[in-house]
Design a protein around this ligand. Structure first.
Ligand SMILES: [Zn+2]
Length: 78
């Protein structure tokens, strides 16, 4: 699903399965585990497939129930 040229440099986007990845959504954050994401081998930019983003959307909007909920620490700066 990856393996294409990076949008920002001459690097190649390589697939890597990460333990957890946080996605920002308009309703908050969603953390997915064991996610096959794409990472550029030069600049490190991260890429996600439509399938992953779809899953984020579904979890964020409550269409899929998460495996568990975690509290995320929030701190104010300034
Ligand atoms: Zn790149």
């Amino acid at each position: 699903m990856y393996g294409y040229k990076c949008e920002y440099c001459q690097g190649t986007v390589k697939e890597r399965i990460v333990d957890r990845e946080a996605f920002k959504h308009k309703t908050g954050f969603v953390i997915l585990e064991d996610v096959p994401i794409g990472i550029c081998d030069r600049c490190g930019n991260r890429y996600y497939t439509a399938k992953i983003l779809h899953k984020v959307e579904k979890v964020a909007t409550g269409k899929i129930h998460p495996d568990r909920n975690e509290l995320v620490p929030v701190a104010h700066v300034g």
